[in-house]
Design a protein around this ligand. Sequence first.
Ligand code: XUL
Ligand code: MN
Length: 348
Amino acid sequence: MAADHEYRFSFGPWNIGEGADPFGPEVRTPYTFAKKLDWFESLGFEGVQFHDDDVVENLEELSPEKCLEKAREVRKVLEDRSLVAEFVAPRLWFHPQTVDGGFTANSAADRQYALDRTLRTIDIAREVGTKAVVIWLAREGTYIREAKDAKLAYERILETLNKMLAYDPEISIWIEPKPNEPTDQAYVPTIGHAVAMAYQSDDPSRVGGLIESAHALLAGLDPADEMAFALAHDKLGSVHLNDQNGLKYDQDKSFGSANLRSAFNQVRVLDENGYGKRGEFIGLDVKVMRTQRQEGSVDHLVNSKATFLHLVEKVRTLDKDLERQYIEARDYEALDAYILRHLMGISS
Ligand code: XUL
Ligand code: MN
């Protein structure tokens, strides 16, 4: 398929999971990092998304020098396979000092921990070969509104962004908004919030966003329009394509699995606006169903990528003249029916 060569794809090693959920343990045995990298190559994914501790396991126990040495080793492993690191994200939600959040924690010591760990992530990113740092503000929020001063929390997030920008003049920060989970109410819940913070920062040109389809849906928003907003501000650093069936826990379903038309419109906004032409990745953040057997561990990645490429074809084979005629006539019923026929593969 032609579009296969036009787009670069990425996913994170956590996307090949073992199926644990809050109600039950793993149901598949883990694969080694090397085996996962084999799949990146064989399935046609060039970019590897990383958390800091996906690059350097047990990084808290290592000296800064040892940590960077390990990151360099990973870079070499990637280079040998013609893979690249797309971004590194600090995992600021696991450690005991992140129980109340990181940048917005009420404890000054915990805030310092979060900053130190984030600056360490920047060092790791450089050594592993990327200048992009993703900030998913996992626990930057509250379970009850009175627990934190929200205005102060936003000021603290901004202060951290500025410290990151000053620490390394070459890095870019992509904020990945999510409105809830694990907290009840998260700060920076939408791309609008992220873009506002970018403009407020000391170097707006180096702050953008990463839009995950499921996160936008959890905020009650349309992922395609969220992407359009970021593109209109030239602030779409990357995407996490996936799907979400209504307002429930973050499902990370295969792309297009719950709402094919929504997936079509996400691909449409990306493809028609030249997303990817400057090297941006089509990133996935998808989870295989817990019911899947061991040998099906990567099917969700294969299927999501295939769906994306089929939808690129659908976008490019849409009859633009017909579309224009319907729009000019303000006949959106006809346009609606035409889109459905097109998606169903009915030609007339
Ligand atoms: C959480 C989520 C994360 C980020 C990276 O919902 O999507 O995996 O993408 O930290
Ligand atoms: Mn994500």
